[in-house]
Structures are given as structure tokens and as C-alpha cells.
Write a protein that binds this ligand. Sequence first.
Ligand code: SAM
Length: 208
Amino acid sequence: MKLYQRILGHPFVYDRVRPLVVGGIDWSPLYRNLDVGPSDVILDVGCGTGVALQYLTGFGAYHGFDTDESAIESARKKTSALNVNYECRLVTPADIKRIAPTRIVLAGLLHHLTDDECLALLQMCAKAISVRRIATSDPVHLPRRYLSNLLTLLDRGKFVRKREQYLDLPRRAGLRVVREELVRSHPRSGIAMYLMMTLAPPTNPLVG
Ligand SMILES: C[S@@+](CC[C@H](N)C(=O)[O-])C[C@H]1O[C@@H](n2cnc3c(N)ncnc32)[C@H](O)[C@@H]1O
């Protein structure tokens, strides 16, 4: 891993410095889109340092996967809850079958993956009959948003896309885009723009 990537991925830099650079972070809209209830089983792919648990309460079980060892180590230190499990590796179809998630979080993940990697992951999610809803959030290239676009150059993810390019991915993977919105990293002070998508399998109406 390059030195720059390691510095940006360091849990202290990620949790404390990055919010200052983008003018504050508030992921409430993303987790509202997930619409979690007490019986839900959550799969968080690219869970990072455990940010999701700052927003999610009252779920059945939570499973976070990330390929970055220091992020997983930091996430594990933040909780001792018995219904929370972190794994430092890629998620597989066998994991999805075993976990049977009802809600999937892809927060800041798609812009780390090539189109083919995104499609493989989204198709894996689309095939899981347990899944009711998937919530994504990624930095996005937008016309005339010069500062936000400039910030994407500093991002560790190499595949920041335009809005239409993100929207194309779930459609190609056989998922429905039931909601999409452009959101500032923080409602009052955020300067970085994100595209949040709420996705559902075609056969599961968006209820419950
Ligand atoms: C921008 S961070 C988002 C972290 C967290 N979800 C959040 O909202 O703060 C992206 C994370 O995805 C992880 N990642 C990248 N590719 C991955 C993959 N193929 N599978 C799992 N995690 C991956 C990175 O290690 C990094 O922690």
C-alpha cells in the first residue's frame, strides 16, 4: 500500500482529520435510508473504523467487513456488543448466505472499486433473497462544484464517478434504484458532495 494511502487510511486521520478537511461529516441521511428495525441483520461492506455504529441502534445483528487491518482493529476496540462482528477480508457469497442480511451498507465503498468489482458485489447482493434494502454513499464529480471535485483528488478511492455512472451500476446488476440524492458531507458546513443511493432487489417491494 502506498504511503499516502496508509496515512489517509490511518484511523486517527480518517476519524479526526478527514471531517475537518471536508467541513464536517454527518452520515445521518445514509443511515435513515437504510431504515433499520430491531430484527434487521446488517451487513456493512467496507465498514472502516466502525463509523456505522455511531448511527445505528436497535438492530438484530451487525457484520462489518473491511480489507484494512488497522481499520478493523480500530472498529473492534470501539465495541464489545455480542451482536456485532468484524472480519478483515473480502465478503464472499458464502458469507452472504450464512449471514442472510436484510440491510446492506456500502458507505464510501463503490468509489474504491472498479466497475467490474462493483458489479460483482452488487450482483451478489441482488441474489440474496433476504436483502430488503441497500444504502450507498460515495463522493461524486458534479458540474460547477469545483471545491468538492478538487477534494476527490485527495481521496484514497481511485474510482470517483459522475452521478449517471454510479446510477448505472445497480441497474446493470439487476437492482432497483428507489431513491437517489446529492448530499453535502454535513448539512450546514460540508463542502464535499456525495451521491447516496437506496437500492432494492426487483422482487422485493420497498416495505418494512
Ligand atoms: C471511504 S472508507 C469508508 C469506511 C466506512 N464505511 C465509513 O463510512 O466511514 C472505504 C473503506 O472500504 C474499504 N475497502 C476497499 N475495498 C474493499 C473491499 N473490496 N472489500 C471490503 N472493504 C474494502 C477500505 O479499506 C476502507 O476502509
